[in-house]
Ligand binder design. Structure first.
Ligand code: ATP
Length: 299
């Protein structure tokens, strides 16, 4: 499988007059072509920063970030325009800003096509059919419900046939049934078009519906969850108790190329590790403990 996204040691620093915020601290992430995966993390962990960099809306500070053959650290401004137009599609939680209220759903989907000089009405209609709005395509945007508008936004994000779809909290402001509908639309376009989909969310039930979930903590990838049974399909997963990730996924700690991993702060606090730790290897286990005090060692 070839790689759609490859980030290694990705760093993003926000500088303002008197403070510096390191939002991404050397993040590693690989996403394969055709994958549908989710990125989860607490507020402030760096999810949106990562998505904005992947979408070409913001520039990385250092490290490697390669998307669909583009090096986003070195890309020129004019290439970035082309990248945003042809390689990525975006879906936001609050889609209002991308939609034109007094145009019909169809006209909204055709708008980005017109802007890039590639109007394809048949494809615009096809997209609206895919998102379940065949019968509403001539309705004005302001006549549609929030969930329907979100589905128009998905059709718009696909209008220029991007290779990668980035979705930031795509179900953040809709009810559960609309949220399920949106996830199955993603699954369908992922299958039909082979498009790679990255969903950023803090909703674990949503994350439970994809094959792989990567957790970000403090600007680093910390844990990865893989579906226990890859043959389990979406329909049967929906019947599972909505207990979050653990039921369908197995958790793994991410270890980078040079052997670094992130130990959850709760674990460190629980055993009283601060600054340094002792590590023992017994042939098949690595045990990390609080350092023994010198008196103990000399006893
Ligand atoms: N433009 C900016 N200027 C300064 N600091 C920023 C900027 N954007 C983000 N940050 C900081 O970078 C860190 C990561 O923010 P980011 O928005 O990526 O987190 P997030 O995981 O998406 O959070 P949320 O789920 O709340 O959106 C935070 O500490 C945030 O305050």
């Amino acid at each position: 499988m070839s790689e759609m996204i490859h980030c290694e040691g990705l760093v993003k620093i926000f500088k303002s007059e008197d403070i510096e915020v390191v939002a991404l601290q050397g993040l590693n992430l690989t996403v394969h072509q055709g994958e549908m995966m989710a990125i989860i993390g607490n507020s402030g962990s760096g999810k949106s920063t990562l998505l904005n960099i992947l979408g070409g809306l913001d520039r990385p500070s250092a490290g490697q970030v390669n998307v669909g053959g583009w090096d986003l650290l070195k890309i020129r401004d004019d290439q970035l325009v082309e990248y945003k137009r042809n390689t990525v599609g975006f879906v936001w939680q609050n889609n209002g800003r991308n939609l034109l209220p007094y145009l019909s759903a169809l006209e909204n989907v055709e708008m980005p096509m017109l802007l890039s000089g590639k109007l394809d009405r048949a494809y615009a209609k096809q997209l609206l059919e895919w998102v379940g709005l065949k019968d509403r395509m001539h309705s004005k945007l302001h006549q549609l419900s929030g969930g329907e508008q979100q589905r128009v936004a998905i059709a718009i994000s696909l209008s220029n046939r991007p290779k990668l779809l980035l979705a930031d909290e795509p179900t953040g402001s809709v009810d559960t049934s609309t949220s399920d509908q949106i996830m199955s639309i993603f699954r369908n376009v992922n299958r039909e078009l082979g498009i790679t989909i990255v969903i950023v969310t803090h909703d674990l039930t949503l994350a439970g519906k994809v094959d792989r979930v990567v957790a970000i903590r403090d600007g680093l990838t910390s844990t990865e969850f893989l579906k226990r049974n890859p043959n389990l399909d979406l329909a049967s997963m929906e019947n599972l108790h909505q207990g979050g990730l653990q039921e369908v996924h197995e958790a793994f700690v991410v270890v980078d190329r040079v052997g670094r991993l992130q130990v959850p702060k709760e674990y460190l606090d629980a055993v009283g590790i601060q600054g340094r730790a002792s590590m023992e290897f017994d042939g098949d286990k690595i045990v990390i403990t609080a350092p023994k005090s010198l008196e103990e060692e000399n006893a």
